[in-house]
Design a protein around this ligand. Structure first.
Ligand code: NAP
Length: 283
């Protein structure tokens, strides 16, 4: 009789204890009856530490890992090959360990694109979008917004240099951070990609009265799912997209790749994540 070994995958970050990815993958594995483990792995910030752990994970039979802050650029550097989208974004949130080498990919852009497409109607205006923030996640969001057909994209960031870099990479216009309220009225889609509004962080200061009527408003912060920024927009009747949508959709490609089962994003999954956040006092 041969012993069947469970499938192994995980998420690598520093810190990583707050990650909801183990819960998402465990729910999908249980639904599909898959024998597998998805393990949170705290790996210190230096590239050498990251590389050492990636090599060890392959030795013990991991199929792949998700990668989060601060290792997304490290993942791209470590891989033998990378998808076009990961190269364009300059970071990877997925590493797949294969016989031919390590392959880096980025599912953040597709994850955000799916959540935005789910909310855009056939008649939704797709002219102008406004991105707040210019960190790693903003690059994935910029790709997704462009793919959804928005022609004019404006970006504002506290540190203007970073806004200029991302604007040059993705053909966007830069606005001053102090100018953000004045820019709101022109945008039919507004998204917060800063960490403002996250548990333990100050809220994003934005005057929701200046939002264009009917504008869709998104926040990629998911802890809490209802940030003060989103709540203010919702109260004024704007359609909103919270960070759990992107989180669930970005997880799906990794699950399919490493565990080989269906990764369905539905209300039951969302409810489980909200319950977990409530237990932590973050929802
Ligand atoms: P990052 O690279 O560290 O970027 C952080 C961004 O927040 C930068 O634009 C930074 O501006 C801005 N920021 C931080 N503190 C600020 C303050 N006090 N005032 C104004 N701006 C401030 O982080 P990231 O990877 O892009 O992630 C950003 C957020 O997105 C996090 O909350 C993360 O959890 C969330 N996220 C969610 C998903 C999802 O699946 N829903 C996926 C990825 C990330 P400066 O450049 O001026 O510092």
């Amino acid at each position: 009789m041969t012993e069947k070994t469970p499938k192994l995958a995980g998420v690598v970050g520093w810190p990583v204890g707050q990650s909801l990815s183990p819960l998402i993958h465990t729910i999908w594995a249980s639904r599909a009856g898959i024998d597998g483990y998805y393990i949170p792995l705290a790996v210190p910030p230096a590239y050498d530490e990251f590389a050492r752990v990636m090599t060890a994970l392959q030795t013990i039979g991991f199929s792949g890992v998700n990668v989060t802050i601060p290792h997304k650029e490290h993942a791209l550097r470590y891989a033998d090959a990378a998808s076009e989208i990961a190269q364009k974004i300059g970071a990877a949130n997925m590493l797949t360990f294969g016989k031919k080498g390590v392959y880096a990919d980025n599912s953040d852009a597709a994850g955000f694109e799916k959540s935005l497409r789910d909310r855009l109607g056939a008649s939704s205006e797709r002219k102008s979008a406004f991105i707040l923030g210019a960190g790693g996640a903003a690059r994935a969001v910029a790709v997704a917004i462009r793919n959804c057909g928005f022609a004019d994209i404006v970006v504002a960031n506290r540190t203007r240099d970073k806004a200029e870099t991302i604007a040059a990479d993705f053909a966007m216009e830069v606005a001053d951070w102090e100018e953000r309220n004045e820019r709101l009225s022109a945008a039919s889609f507004v998204v917060n990609t800063t960490s403002l509004g996250m548990s333990g962080q100050p809220p994003l200061e934005l005057d929701s009265k200046k939002l264009r009527p009917g504008a869709i408003v998104a926040d990629i912060v998911y802890s809490p799912p209802e940030t003060p920024f989103l709540k203010a927009a919702q109260v004024r009747g704007h359609p909103v997209i919270n960070g759990l949508d992107m989180l669930m959709h970005q997880a799906a490609p990794g699950f399919r790749q490493w565990f080989g089962g269906a990764a369905v994003v539905d209300e039951a999954l969302r409810a489980a994540l909200v319950t977990a956040l409530k237990r932590r006092g973050s929802a």
